[in-house]
Write a protein of this length. Structure first.
Ligand SMILES: C[S@@+](CC[C@H](N)C(=O)[O-])C[C@H]1O[C@@H](n2cnc3c(N)ncnc32)[C@H](O)[C@@H]1O
Length: 230
């Protein structure tokens, strides 16, 4: 083998090795890029899915935080009240935290885990960790029987179903505050604020006796129908 051939052979081998190295580092880069893109997509999905999911439920109750005026109106109508308070669908915890600062033992029930974790962090940072609790829960699957003050910033599509649930569960000493959208059949005791910041206050004694009256009426109508059929 001539010197020239040896030289060409070595050059060829070096080229082959550098091609292999280039291919290896390309495929490593490809793996890293796929990992980063895949990981980012999974992370994005994990963060956004809980915010999008409420829109896909039968009753769509999205995360729309209460305005400052709305929070002030809630606290104003409850200023003479004490004890336990619950915000149903507590979002980022602003009503629960503000209520705890006013002396309530305040709880929030919220479907979105990110909002619950954020609420707990905010309560800790604002010094009300011990008087607040936040639960990752579906509002339709828990009972609010233990609360004497109830706050709800809901949507019109859910208010009739929630009326029934609360009328059945709450003690007659309870007060309910509806933000932005009133309950369809309950008669409010009073209201505060205006426009989108309006809040309506309901007394459980009144709506529970209405429910009792309604049930009595329904039962006696059914009895009348049975009597006339016999
Ligand atoms: C209109 S926002 C009100 C947030 C908070 N109460 C406020 O006033 O700032 C309604 C909240 O209810 C939550 N939510 C929706 N469906 C729910 C369910 N089935 N159970 C519990 N929370 C729910 C949403 O994630 C959202 O944070």
């Amino acid at each position: 083998m001539s010197q020239e051939e040896v030289f060409l052979g070595t050059t060829q081998t070096n080229r082959n090795e550098s091609d292999v190295n280039r291919d290896r580092s390309r495929s490593r880069l490809g793996l890293v890029v796929t990992g980063v893109v895949g990981g980012s997509l999974v992370a994005l999905y994990a963060v956004t899915a809980p915010f999008v999911a409420p829109a896909l439920r039968k009753i769509c109750l999205p995360f729309v935080p209460a305005t400052t005026a709305q929070v002030e109106n809630v606290l104003r109508v409850l200023r003479t009240r004490t004890g336990s308070l619950v915000d149903i669908g507590s979002g980022d915890g602003r009503i629960v935290i503000a209520a705890a600062k006013q002396g309530f033992r305040a709880s929030g029930f919220e479907l979105n885990p990110w909002l619950v974790w954020y609420s707990r962090y905010k309560a800790w940072r604002e010094g009300v960790r011990h008087s607040t609790s936040f639960y990752i829960s579906d509002l339709w699957k828990v009972s609010f029987a233990q609360y004497s003050n109830v706050v709800i910033f809901g949507v019109p599509q859910m208010m009739d179903k929630l009326e029934l649930k609360l009328a059945n569960e709450l003690p007659s000493t309870a007060k309910v505050v509806a933000c932005r959208f009133p309950f369809p059949t309950w008669v409010p005791e009073h209201t505060a604020g205006e426009g989108i910041d309006t809040v309506w206050v309901y007394d459980a004694k009144t709506f529970k006796s209405d429910l009792h009256g309604e049930m009595t009426r329904t039962v006696s109508q059914q009895e009348d129908a049975t009597d006339s059929n016999t």
